[in-house]
Design a protein around this ligand. Structure first.
Ligand code: HEC
Ligand code: HEC
Ligand code: HEC
Ligand code: HEC
Length: 156
């Protein structure tokens, strides 16, 4: 073989070699495939423990039931029963100790996150009842007309 073929080959070998060498130093020793095979593919085993220790900040609406029954009762018999209080008010892990009050966000953005009309034909997001933000009563808070804890439109 001519040397002009050898030379690029050497370059490739050197690159592959240095990648293999660098792996020895940068890949954590517990990186691998474990009992469940390729279901979770390659991962760091010590990462399992990190997620176990990760503190969940949400309590779900059962937790609000006794103290805020005036909001809980209407919402669980409304179309918003499928969403969580904390979806609009933020995480309640230590509430009412810390923070003593959760956020009350009256912005249009809060609702438009889910209700801005998006024509996604193949996604469930597209099936959510939506409005055109610029046309649907612009400049007014949604909760002036819609009760976030009982948004049902029957009887309108
Ligand atoms: C142990 C009773 C208790 C529980 C449980 C509780 N709260 Fe509260 N919450 C309070 C108290 C007390 C306040 C302060 C009320 C005040 O000062 O007007 C408060 C305030 C709030 C506020 C602010 C009200 C305002 O007028 O500014 C929101 C929003 C709220 N809570 C939502 C929730 C949600 C959502 C949950 C469930 C995830 C929840 N709370 C669970 C007792 C509770
Ligand atoms: C879709 C979003 C949304 C959900 C879900 C939601 N809220 Fe609210 N909440 C709001 C908005 C917006 C306001 C402010 C309404 C206003 O006064 O204009 C509010 C106000 C409040 C207030 C304080 C004001 C008041 O009227 O006393 C409390 C307390 C509260 N919500 C508790 C809850 C609890 C408990 C749940 C679940 C059972 C819940 N919310 C679910 C959006 C939501
Ligand atoms: C001035 C009062 C008013 C305000 C403010 C308002 N709406 Fe409405 N909304 C209505 C009325 C009335 C209807 C029913 C007639 C219609 O579809 O326009 C309605 C209908 C809806 C519907 C149902 C649409 C459907 O296809 O059935 C959704 C969802 C909605 N509004 C969300 C919102 C959101 C989100 C906001 C804030 C960004 C908002 N609205 C602000 C009065 C209001
Ligand atoms: C996290 C997503 C989410 C947020 C945020 C949210 N909604 Fe909804 N909303 C829903 C879902 C889900 C439904 C039920 C859709 C269904 O059953 O067709 C719904 C239904 C509605 C309806 C239609 C009820 C009917 O009879 O068809 C109105 C009006 C509405 N929401 C208003 C609001 C307003 C006002 C806010 C803000 C305060 C808000 N939503 C915030 C998810 C959301």
């Amino acid at each position: 073989m001519k040397t002009h073929v050898y030379r690029p080959l050497i370059v490739v070998l050197v690159i592959v070699g240095s990648i293999l060498l660098a792996r020895q130093f940068v890949v954590p020793p517990d990186f691998g495939v474990y009992e469940r095979g390729f279901m979770y593919s390659y991962y760091r085993r010590s990462n399992e423990k990190e997620w176990e220790e990760f503190k969940v900040k949400y309590r779900t609406k059962q937790y609000c039931k006794d103290c805020h029954s005036d909001k809980y009762e209407p919402i669980v018999s409304s179309k918003h029963k499928v969403i969580q209080c904390e979806n609009c008010h933020g995480p309640a892990l230590e509430h009412p100790q810390d923070p003593p009050k959760l956020t009350v966000d009256k912005s249009r953005q809060l609702c438009l996150r889910c209700h801005a009309k998006l024509p996604y034909p193949t996604s469930l997001r597209g099936k959510l009842k939506g409005v055109e933000p610029a046309q649907h009563n612009p400049g007014m808070e949604c909760s002036m007309c819609h009760n976030p804890h009982k948004p049902d439109m029957e009887g309108w």
